[in-house]
Design a protein around this ligand. Structure first.
Ligand SMILES: [Zn+2]
Length: 281
């Protein structure tokens, strides 16, 4: 963890300081490892929150975009279940930064636990993810020009397969650490149809600004933006299914017409024509 409570204050890992876990209140040890970010750890390395993921530089860089009091916030459900949210904004959005693979059941559990959840997923963990995602985009179809939204198939992209069906919006981050300038996030919307999912490029700076500013400025309401995007996709899906229904009906009519024609009794003129052309002498 980045923060422990030291004399009631949230403090980053400090040598010889006695820190306590904000979730379970047990004592924490400050750790300074060569290949890891400085952090606080529970004794015996067992974290009280089973959802907690060891932090990377990537986690820290993302968390650092938000005020410290929004980072590592203990969220308690009515049932008394407690978890530490990576970031919780003043608008109640929980932003979870996910680097490692997450089992579907655990993802679902978190989707349910946090009423307003946003995932930011590290797209650089596996080498193949970025190229598979780009291939999916190349094979996708544009369903809306502004904002640009694409429908893509999940079959060939492990990352999309893993995150499809998520109830919360997912933002994939494919930028290398400290080379984030101008690299957009890719948002996977929580809506799918016929094996297709819907994605759009989303400015990183705008994402951060939206959450930092909350709904305090007009036009910067993340919830409203999300609602608009979902509506565009829902309209597209109902338009496509109406088209399918229409073409099904038309096909049925065409088949019936064909059938009726084949059942019509042959007229005498037709009979003569047929026998004349069929004559061999
Ligand atoms: Zn704890």
């Amino acid at each position: 963890m980045k923060f422990a409570l030291v004399n009631g204050e949230r403090v980053e890992a400090t040598k010889s300081a006695k820190g306590f876990c904000p979730a379970c209140e047990s004592e924490l040890i400050a750790r300074f490892c060569v290949n890891k970010v400085d952090h606080w750890a529970h004794k015996g390395n067992r974290n009280c929150d089973p959802w907690w993921e060891n932090e990377t530089e990537w986690h820290r860089a993302w968390k650092g975009q938000f005020p410290t009091e929004w980072q590592e916030v203990v969220h308690e459900a009515d049932s008394g279940e407690r978890h530490i949210a990576d970031v919780k904004t003043d608008q109640g959005w929980v932003i979870e930064f996910q680097h490692s693979f997450l089992k579907r059941e655990e993802r679902r559990a978190r989707d349910t636990f946090y009423p307003q959840l946003v995932w930011v997923v590290d797209g650089t963990r596996r080498n193949r993810d970025k190229s598979q995602f780009e291939n999916a985009l190349n094979g996708g179809a544009s369903i809306n020009a502004k904002p640009k939204i694409l429908s893509v198939f999940t079959d060939e992209c492990a990352l999309l397969r893993e995150w499809a069906g998520c109830r919360a919006p997912v933002f994939f981050d494919f930028a290398e650490l400290n080379k984030t300038e101008g690299v957009p996030l890719w948002c996977l919307l929580p809506i799918s149809s016929d094996g297709k999912v819907f994605v759009l490029p989303f400015s990183r700076a705008y994402f951060i600004k939206l959450h930092r500013t909350g709904a305090k400025q007009e036009g910067l309401d993340f919830a409203a933006i999300l609602k608009d995007l979902n509506e565009i996709v829902s309209r597209y899906i109902s338009h496509i299914s109406a088209q399918h229904r229409r073409s099904k009906v038309l096909n049925k009519f065409a088949q019936q017409r064909q059938y009726r024609r084949s059942r019509q009794p042959e007229s005498f003129q037709q009979y003569l024509k047929r026998t004349r052309t069929g004559r061999r002498f």
